[in-house]
Design a protein around this ligand. Structure first.
Ligand code: ZN
Ligand code: ZN
Length: 268
């Protein structure tokens, strides 16, 4: 069975160990049963490079959007977002969302930017990748009001179980990163155990947040295997079942992403 890294920043990886060659990092992931990758954009300037990667590597998919804390000098318009997101190589809008932990002073601006992404996602009929931190009620309220029919994912989820449940009730998926392995992450473990299996995704958010036992190293997509094994153990299910379910969830949510290789191809 194979696994998908549903959220990574392939244009920001530290490839020193791979002589700067991304294909070697992807192969290292394939060797551990990681089949596909969603390369997530944080500014619109990233999108061209991510599309190039998706063209070059059939197992890479790309998104288009502006992170709530990035590129503050320029507010993308709905038209700009639609123009980038309507490309067939783009399978999702984001990452977008609200981060009141790092920038509580910009709440109003963040909400306006988030709203534009949600409207753009509805126009192109693609799911949204949502970054949310200490902005529970505003995030849920905006998803309720403006969330696209194609729904989306609350990525690198670190908020409480109540928010996860309410997000799932609205039709959104919950993606768990390597934070779930950190010593102080009891709340994330509680969510990882309780989220319905058919609403769960796994990710690395690499190059950030390397999971145990790789902490201190630069994170890379192959470590999503460690995240998945950890969650499977927490839930008391097999790694194979978790991999199969999260992979099925990924392709159900990101309809523009088509599987390019099978578990047999990877032979793991
Ligand atoms: Zn994020
Ligand atoms: Zn990210």
């Amino acid at each position: 069975m194979y696994l998908i890294d549903s959220h990574c920043h392939l244009d920001r990886l530290d490839l020193t160990a791979y002589q700067g060659d991304l294909s070697l990092a992807l192969n290292a992931a394939h060797d551990r049963g990681v089949s596909h990758f969603l390369a997530v954009s944080v500014t619109l300037d990233d999108v061209a490079e991510l599309k190039d990667m998706a063209r070059q590597y059939p197992t890479v998919f790309a998104s288009a959007g502006v992170h709530p804390l990035q590129d503050l000098a320029h507010e993308p318009t709905v038209e700009e977002l639609v123009k980038e997101a309507e490309d067939e190589l783009i399978v999702a809008v984001g990452e977008t969302g609200l981060d009141y932990h790092y920038a509580p002073e910009s709440k109003a601006l963040q909400r306006e930017r988030f709203k534009r992404h949600l409207i753009a996602a509805q126009k192109v009929d693609k799911p949204v990748i949502i970054h949310t931190r200490e902005a529970k009620e505003d995030t849920l309220e905006m998803l309720e009001q403006y969330g696209p029919d194609a729904k989306g994912v609350l990525h690198c989820f670190t908020e409480d179980l109540d928010m996860a449940r309410r997000g799932v009730a609205l039709g959104y998926y919950i993606s768990i990163s390597g934070i779930v392995t950190f010593r102080n992450a009891d709340q994330v473990r509680e969510v990882a155990k309780a989220v319905p299996l058919d609403a769960l995704l796994v990710e690395t958010d690499s190059p950030y947040l390397a999971p145990m036992p790789h902490r201190g190293k630069k994170c890379e997509p192959q470590y999503v295997r460690d995240v998945a094994e950890f969650i499977a153990e927490q839930r008391g299910i097999s790694y194979e079942e978790l991999a199969m379910q999260t992979t099925a969830n990924f392709f159900r949510l990101f309809k523009g992403a088509k599987p390019k290789i099978t578990a047999d191809d990877l032979d793991v």
